[in-house]
Design a protein around this ligand. Structure first.
Ligand code: GDP
Ligand code: MG
Length: 174
């Protein structure tokens, strides 16, 4: 086998959404390259990277990752990136109520216009910052989403995020 529907070697389109500055690009860079660059550039439009992980049951999952720009002027482009996506990671910054508000907007948008069986994760990033925090767990549970707090800076929970998503993917029949 090895075709597009090979249940042992999944290929999934994943889109990251969320306010500008919450750390989407840093999460991707940490996951794909194991690096954190505090001087990383603002994403223009969207960028694409892929990364494959192996699960314990010897399944491999290739994530084709679309990292979008959060700025308002690109909002109209978002449907191009989330259309057909099997996974959406919606990111907010735990120290920014505004970014949490924006995350809820993206959840609603995907509930309306995303694939009906899309796997959605809500991610509270910058968990290394010890400030008054927004806790997304209740909101995520109410909306049937996986929730995790991450830090792209310290690498905390970055691999766990993608592994948990991989486990939640609908599997094609063998
Ligand atoms: P994006 O606009 O969502 O892609 O955000 P970026 O990935 O460009 O990150 C925006 C800013 O947040 C940068 O200055 C990063 O260095 C910083 N940043 C990203 N992730 C973290 C994190 O986990 N902890 C901390 N303290 N800063 C972070
Ligand atoms: Mg970015």
């Amino acid at each position: 086998n090895g075709g597009a529907n090979d249940p042992k070697n999944l290929k999934v389109k994943l889109v990251l959404l969320g306010d500008s500055g919450v750390g989407k690009s840093c999460i991707v860079l940490r996951f794909v390259r194991g690096q954190f660059d505090p001087t990383s550039k603002v994403t223009i439009g969207a960028s694409f990277l892929s990364q494959t992980i192996a699960l314990q049951d010897s399944t491999t999952v290739k994530f084709e990752i679309w990292d979008t720009a959060g700025q308002e002027r690109y909002a109209a482009l978002a449907p191009l990136y989330y259309r057909g996506a099997a996974v959406s990671i919606i990111v907010y910054d735990i120290t920014s109520p505004e970014s949490f508000h924006k995350a809820k907007y993206w959840v609603k948008e995907l509930q309306k216009h995303g694939s009906p069986d899309i796997v959605m994760a809500l991610v509270g990033n910058k968990a290394d910052l010890n400030e008054k925090r927004e806790d997304g767990i209740d909101y995520a549970e109410k909306n049937g989403m996986y929730f995790i707090e991450t830090s792209a800076k310290t690498a905390d929970n970055i691999n766990q995020l993608f592994e948990e998503i991989a486990k939640r993917l609908p599997r094609p029949a063998p």
